[in-house]
Design a protein around this ligand. Structure first.
Ligand code: DGL
Length: 265
């Protein structure tokens, strides 16, 4: 039986999940956080579901070996591929996944047109199709896969001319089609919000699910009497690529310089 003081494991294919980690740290400042970035295998958006499931199992086992009391799958692409498998594998372990915010977007749109920016893997999944079936019957949803964005963000690029051009090419067709609500369906994309705010009219709502995931995590922990009272240990980071690279870009994306170790699994 885990203790409330046990850490929480947060996982993404790379640095995108740091946008979720920030929401978890904001809502639950007493929690000790572990973060694994599978940077050696990005982008998950172009990998097979079987490959992603295997990586998720390896990381889940690692978190459990570290004594983690819960896991956040801070990656939409990993969630569609692996959350069911992990839940079957660890039925008692609190596990929170991500999904594109189709439900709130469908409720919020006034034009009736919603745009979704996400990875190819997420947009092609049966889980995403089911989400549309369930919540988007009365609105038009235009999906836009965004190959290339994740790689640039992983390199620490949040506003180069090349990135701007790529992003504009993805967003403009959605605006031209009348979208007034834009879903960020990949945890890397919230880091582009300042740039998006320059590119879209102020009347367009930009929605992501990091804060909702943090609230869901809090609910699951509270139900089990597992909320930590603090003080939290400093967050610990692991990466399957270069620790030095992650160390260099962490201040840009997380604003703290914490320990970074190699994830050699
Ligand atoms: N951050 C991940 C997501 O939320 C995907 C990034 C990738 O393609 O590796 O979908």
């Amino acid at each position: 039986m885990p203790e409330p003081a046990a850490p929480i494991g947060v996982f993404d294919s790379g640095v995108g999940g740091l946008s979720v980690l920030a929401e978890v740290a904001r809502l639950l400042p007493g929690e000790s956080l572990l973060y694994v970035a599978d940077c050696g295998h990005i982008p998950y958006g172009e990998k097979t579901p079987a490959f992603i499931r295997q990586r998720c199992r390896i990381v889940a086992e690692f978190f459990r070996a570290q004594g983690a009391k819960a896991m956040v799958l801070a990656c939409n692409t990993a969630t569609v591929a692996a959350v069911a498998d992990l839940r079957e594998q660890y039925p008692e372990w609190p596990l929170v996944g991500m999904e594109p915010a189709v439900k709130p977007a469908a409720a919020a749109t006034r034009s009736g047109v919603v745009g979704v920016l996400a990875t190819t893997g997420t947009l092609q999944s049966a889980k995403f199709a089911a989400l549309l079936d369930r919540f988007a019957n009365d609105v038009r949803v235009i999906t836009q896969p965004c190959p290339g964005l994740v790689e640039l963000i992983e390199a620490g690029d949040l506003d180069s001319p090349a990135l701007r051009q790529l992003l504009r090419g993805y967003v403009e067709p959605l605006l031209a089609a009348g979208c007034d609500t834009l879903i960020l369906g990949c945890t890397h994309y919230p880091f582009l919000k300042p740039l998006l705010a320059e590119m879209v009219p102020a009347s367009v709502a930009i929605i992501d699910t990091g804060a909702a995931v943090a609230r869901q995590l809090k609910r699951l922990l509270a139900e089990r009497g597992l909320l930590a009272q603090g003080p939290a240990q400093p967050a610990q980071f692991w990466t399957s690529a270069s620790p030095e690279h992650l160390r260099n870009i962490l201040p840009l994306l997380w604003n703290k310089s914490d320990s970074v170790q190699s994830f050699g699994r």
